[in-house]
Design a protein around this ligand. Structure first.
Ligand code: SF4
Ligand code: SF4
Length: 188
C-alpha cells in the first residue's frame, strides 16, 4: 500500500535479552518505584471529604446579590443576558409596588431569573456587564444532577441569603470573592 507520508518508521523488534526474559528485575524495579512513591507527597486528594483550595481567579456558581439592607440589587435591565455568549440567562421584569421598597433596591426587579448551568461556560461576562453589582460568580460549583431540569437555577437557588435576617448564612454564601467585593465597597 502506498504510504500517505514519508514519515513512517520501520520498527525493529529486537529479541529479548537473558535478563529481560527473566522478568524478575523489571518486576523488582517496578516494585521499588511503587515503594518509593509510598513515602512521597500524594498527588491525589480524598474528594469530597478533602477539597483543593480554589485558584483566586476561579469562577463558579452565580450569586444574585443583595445590598447591605438585604434588598435585591438586580433591576432586571437584561445587560447580563445580552452579554452572555451562551444565552444561558433568562429573566422577567416586574415593577416594584408601594410597600416593597424594603425588598427591591430599584423600581424594577427580576420577578423571574434563571440560569441554565448546562449552557453556562462560566466566563464571568454577566458579572462584568452588570451595572448594579447584582451578580457575581462564587467559589462553589453546580453539583451533579440526574436531570437536565436540575441544572436550571432559578432565583431561589441563586439569591444570596438576607444579610440582615440571616447574617451567618449570608457570610457563608458570600465566600472569598464576595468578601473581596464587600471590602471594595458597593459600585452603585
Ligand atoms: S458566566 Fe458567561 S456563560 Fe455563564 S451565564 Fe454568565 S455570561 Fe453566560
Ligand atoms: S443581574 Fe445585573 S445586569 Fe443582570 S439584569 Fe440584574 S441588574 Fe441587570
Amino acid at each position: 500500500m502506498q504510504p500517505l507520508t514519508n514519515r513512517a518508521k520501520v520498527l525493529e523488534v529486537k529479541p529479548l535479552s537473558f535478563m529481560e526474559r527473566l522478568y524478575l528485575p523489571a518486576i523488582l524495579k517496578g516494585m521499588a518505584i511503587t515503594f518509593r512513591h509510598m513515602f512521597q507527597k500524594k498527588a491525589t486528594v480524598q474528594y469530597p471529604e478533602e477539597k483543593r483550595p480554589f485558584s483566586p481567579t476561579f469562577r463558579g456558581l452565580h450569586v444574585l446579590n443583595r445590598d447591605e439592607e438585604g434588598r435585591e440589587r438586580c433591576t432586571a435591565c437584561g445587560l447580563c443576558a445580552v452579554a452572555c455568549p451562551a444565552e444561558a440567562i433568562t429573566m422577567e421584569a416586574a415593577e416594584r409596588q408601594k410597600g416593597e421598597e424594603h425588598l427591591y433596591r430599584e423600581e424594577k426587579y427580576a420577578a423571574k431569573y434563571e440560569i441554565n448551568m448546562l449552557r453556562c461556560i462560566f466566563c464571568g461576562l454577566c458579572e462584568e456587564a452588570c451595572p448594579k453589582d447584582a451578580i457575581y460568580l462564587s467559589e462553589t460549583f453546580a453539583p451533579a444532577n440526574y436531570t437536565r431540569k436540575g441544572f436550571i437555577y432559578g432565583k431561589p437557588d441563586l439569591l444570596i441569603p438576607d444579610p440582615v435576617n440571616e447574617p451567618q448564612a449570608f457570610a457563608e454564601a458570600q465566600g472569598r470573592i464576595g468578601e473581596r467585593k464587600a471590602q471594595a465597597g458597593p459600585t452603585s
